[in-house]
Design a binder for this molecule. Structure first.
Ligand SMILES: NC(=O)c1ccc[n+]([C@@H]2O[C@H](COP(=O)([O-])OP(=O)(O)OC[C@H]3O[C@@H](n4cnc5c(N)ncnc54)[C@H](OP(=O)(O)O)[C@@H]3O)[C@@H](O)[C@H]2O)c1
Length: 266
């Protein structure tokens, strides 16, 4: 099921487009001729990225600064997009963050805020636009989950659970919406060099990750949008991470959890 054709009054809305994977997802979509609505909190960054992508690719790129963990701000987004005279034909739920540390050692508002962003906002934004795509029998939704979503992770218990939620939500919707002409794809990257580790307060997080397990944000975005265009259910970029996710999915928890507890870098 291919991506919808670009149209002057249609747009791809990309959350978390002020840094990391989101920038490259937006860049890839602009390269295919899609207008953009870029959403995150740091408006200055979004404005600079929008100007760059509009100039490079000749698309319209609008900026809507929004804290997606704030339900009132988030609920106002659909009207703000409508005020721009745009229809969302592609939704990229990318904004998210992680925490690192044993449960109870990370401030609880970070943990609950993460669930609001990684889970609640994904449902709310998808709820705002996917039913309209279904009515039009055209559209695409990308949900950025994580390889962390394939198994519980001691030391990142809330993050892994939030991404398991995102993955299961996306897979369920994939089956529901496919017969109605809407593709839904879950993107599950392994370690990617972005601001993620710094935001998680654990700059050492990927320090011991073997080089072959790292995939660049550009390559992650390329595989994600190609997978969305091909109607894939799940995209896991990189051979090493594909193998690791098989372990996460199929190793009995009784064996996996003690191993992860011992070797995971937390
Ligand atoms: N990097 C990895 O290793 C990795 C691996 C697997 C999955 N992922 C997932 O990939 C996605 C993108 O992460 P990244 O690696 O690109 O990290 P990043 O560089 O830190 O980017 C995160 C993006 O989310 C936005 N964001 C954070 N809180 C927000 C909020 N409350 N409201 C609106 N936007 C918010 C940030 O923008 P502002 O700060 O400007 O709001 C930023 O644009 C996340 O869902 C992450 O869980 C990352």
């Amino acid at each position: 099921m291919p991506l919808p054709e670009p149209r002057p009054d249609h747009t791809a809305l990309v959350t978390g487009a002020s840094s990391g994977i989101g920038v490259d997802l937006a860049r890839d979509l602009a390269g295919r001729g899609h207008n953009l609505v870029l959403v995150a909190r740091r408006e200055d960054r979004l404005t600079a990225i929008a100007a760059e992508l509009a100039a490079q690719h000749g698309v319209r790129a609008d900026v809507l600064a929004c804290d997606l963990a704030d339900p009132a701000a988030r609920d106002a987004l659909p009207a703000r997009v409508a005020d721009l005279g745009l229809t969302v034909s592609i939704l990229v739920n990318n904004a998210g963050f992680g925490t690192v540390g044993e449960f109870g050692t990370v401030p609880m508002d970070r943990e609950t805020g993460m669930v609001r962003l990684n889970c609640e906002a994904v449902v709310a934004l998808t709820g705002a636009w996917a039913p309209k795509m279904r009515e039009r029998r055209s559209g695409a939704v990308l949900v950025v989950a994580s390889s962390a979503g394939f198994q519980p992770i001691p030391g990142q218990a809330t993050y892994a659970a939030s991404k398991a939620f995102a993955l299961a939500f996306s897979e369920g919707l994939h089956a529901e919406l496919r017969p109605h002409g809407v593709s839904v794809t879950a993107l599950c990257p392994g370690p990617v060099q972005t601001e993620f580790a710094e935001v998680a307060g654990a700059e050492e997080l990927f320090a011991n990750a073997p080089g072959f397990s790292m995939v660049s944000p550009e390559e992650v975005a390329r595989q994600a949008i190609a997978g969305l265009d091909a109607g894939k259910r799940v995209v896991v970029p990189g051979a090493a991470i594909k193998v690791a996710t098989l372990g996460g999915r199929y190793t009995p928890r009784a064996l996996l959890l003690p191993l992860m507890r011992r070797f995971y870098p937390v």
